[in-house]
Design a protein around this ligand. Structure first.
Ligand code: F6R
Length: 610
């Protein structure tokens, strides 16, 4: 979703800001803008469309400034347009503001400001906040205090950055429920909504806390809360390399990230997999070990692809630990007054660590005194900080909007977690060793699947003109069917549905005809024979079958029109392999259709609004 960059230092701010906007493009956006100082007054440029379009209107102007702010907008209030794009200015262009999040009481504030004689150009809540700060400034004549007082009256979420003619040597920023990171370089400070816009300049960062403000000037930075209390900050190091956020020769980030999976799974296991002990070590959970031992029920909450990994986690945990598990959409959990019992454990799964619904579900669970842990990718993200304990998946930045490597790393961590909890309860060492050994073999097995990419590309070439797809799986492969269908929908815009295979005859079978390709995830397990019967049902109605099957399965080619083979592993680990060909299938079909694979229409990488 929206992205923010701010810069103060000796370089030309315009270059740093535009570069930062390019780095934030992956989050999904519809317009972009920049404000800098030129001849001692604020100059703002904004444009609907890509950052490239903004570049087009500024590149001949030779702009130069030591201070500036910039933004990519993902529309919430008001359509994507030049006027609604950020930065927003007050009536006399004395304040310029960029904003991520939603000001919930904006209409009340707007009404009050209209009564005071203020006028508005855009339809956005962000312009209301800008003018509200301007109004308070007219009373208190102190910019920092005006921002602080305005934010004290605001309801909703925000990450903001402001520059002003009143105090032109400063940037003021603040956050509530929307991430904001400060990069501390040599003689320069870079502010951004995520570290990808910072890493090129410095690895030293401070993650602002909720309700924290920061003031930047040439001498450094100072922080305090919106409630006017002093704060202390810890400086963290960004741990990934710049290469992780560059395409490195791949056509798309998504393809790069699919191909990174042998490495990202290895990274998820590093220092955690104890093959001899048949166990795993999850340092981030040690402080709640007693609560894990006593847990009587687990509720996993997440959205989208992370919700699919939660479904796999449910099967893994129930299988190894014999603890009942429930999986809840975070967006439903937060509003339905869920029953939380004293020995319940809540797991929130999120790649970005910023998803608004997941965050709200965590708050709801905490409100009811539950123990909440996080399985998160982005280090320092809000969810990682709002949970009592947790496990990072260490997949590195995921730039493609459609989640791929984060999904398999979430599954890898859920497997480690199930093993750890299982060994505490009922899993004997021999079984633990078998699972741990199989886990260690997964990176190489993913490599084998990736080597077969050309076969998948050929299949994609045959089917990319299809208008609909069905994805069917059972047991551990049912969530994979959902994920395969979601990947296809997201990046190719082909309609696709995922179902448990046996459910097909309860309705979706009506859709099957010669124009309906059906993807069966039919790996060898205890329900394999039943999957063959389901395939027969599709074939009898002239549907075309693409099967994901286990290497060495000599039967399947008699049932399916096309087969993609994957190596054998334990049933509980199959999703980590079986999803990979589905990621590639979706990718190649989207490429055939000429889609914007890394930034599909309407989607945002981290969904920070309800
Ligand atoms: C799909 C996808 C989304 C996210 C969902 C949750 O490819 O990426 O469905 O999984 O928006 O996001 P996180 O995991 O960041 O909480």
């Amino acid at each position: 979703m929206c992205g923010i960059v701010g810069y103060i230092g000796n370089q030309n701010a315009v270059n740093v800001l535009m570069n930062g906007l390019n780095r934030l493009e992956y989050r999904g956006y519809d317009s972009a803008g920049i404000s800098i100082f030129e001849n001692d007054s604020i100059k703002t440029f904004k444009k609907v469309g890509k950052v490239e379009a903004l570049k087009g209107i500024i590149e001949d102007r030779n702009l130069s400034s030591k201070i500036g702010i910039a933004h990519t907008r993902w529309a919430t209030h008001g359509e994507p347009s030049d006027i609604n794009a950020h930065p927003h200015s007050d009536s006399f262009n004395n304040i310029s503001l960029v904003h991520n999040g939603i000001i919930e009481n904006y209409s009340t504030l707007k009404q009050k400001l209209i009564e005071l004689g203020y006028t508005f150009k855009s339809q956005t809540d962000s312009e209301v906040l800008t003018i509200f700060i301007s109004y308070i400034y007219s009373q208190v004549k102190d910019l920092e205090e005006a921002v602080r007082l305005a934010l004290s009256e605001v309801e909703g979420t925000f990450g903001i950055a402001i520059i002003s003619n009143y105090e032109p040597d400063k940037i003021i920023a603040a956050r509530r429920g929307s991430p904001m990171v400060l990069g501390i370089g040599d003689d320069e400070l870079i502010l951004a909504s995520d570290t990808s816009a910072i890493i090129q300049y410095t690895r030293q960062v401070i993650y602002l806390a909720d309700n924290e403000m920061v003031v930047l000037d040439a001498n450094g930075y100072s922080t305090k809360t919106i409630g006017n209390e002093t704060t202390t900050n810890v400086i963290h190091q960004i741990e990934y390399d710049l290469g992780r956020i560059e395409k490195s020769g791949y056509d798309h980030f998504m393809l790069k990230e699919i191909n990174e999976q042998p490495q990202t799974i290895t990274d998820a296991f590093r220092g955690r997999l104890l093959i001899d002990e048949g166990n795993s070590r999850l340092g981030g959970l040690s402080i709640i070990e007693e609560k894990l031992r006593n847990a009587k029920r687990i509720i996993i909450t997440a959205c989208g692809t992370s919700w699919h990994s939660a479904l796999v986690g449910e099967y893994m945990i129930e299988h190894l630990c014999h603890i009942p598990v429930e999986v809840e959409y975070a967006s439903e959990f937060r509003y339905r007054n869920p029953i939380i019992l004293p020995d319940d454990l809540i797991i929130a799964i999120s790649q970005s660590g910023e998803t608004a619904d997941t965050l709200a579900a965590i708050q709801e669970a905490k409100q009811k005194n539950a123990t909440v842990i996080g399985i998160v990718n982005v280090v320092g993200s809000t969810i990682s900080r709002e949970t009592e304990a947790g496990v990072y998946i260490h997949a590195g930045p995921e730039i493609g909007v459609a989640s791929t490597k984060a999904f398999t790393s979430q599954l890898a961590v859920l497997a480690l977690f199930s093993l750890y909890m299982g060994r505490m309860r009922r899993v004997p060492i021999i079984e633990g060793q078998r699972i741990a050994k199989e886990l260690s073999l997964l990176p190489e097995k993913i490599n084998q699947i990736l080597e077969n990419a050309d076969n998948i590309k050929d299949i994609a070439h045959k089917f990319y003109k299809s208008k609909n797809f069905l994805y069917l799986g059972r047991g551990y492969n049912f969530p994979v069917a959902l994920e395969g269908a979601l990947k296809l929908k997201e990046i190719s815009y082909i309609h696709a549905e995922g179902y448990p295979a046996a459910e097909m005859k309860h309705g979706p079978i009506a859709l099957i005809d010669k124009d309906m390709p059906v993807v069966f995830i039919a790996t060898k397990d205890e329900i394999y024979e039943k999957m063959l019967s389901n395939i027969e049902e599709v074939r009898a109605r002239k549907g075309t079958v693409i099967a994901i099957a286990t290497e060495g399965d000599s039967q399947i080619s008699k049932f399916a029109d096309h087969v993609i083979y994957i190596p054998e592993t334990l049933p509980m680990l199959i999703p980590i392999l079986s999803v990979v060909p589905l990621q590639l299938l979706a990718y190649y079909m989207a490429v055939e259709l000429g889609r914007d694979v890394d930034q599909p229409r309407n989607l945002a990488k981290s969904v920070t609004v309800e």
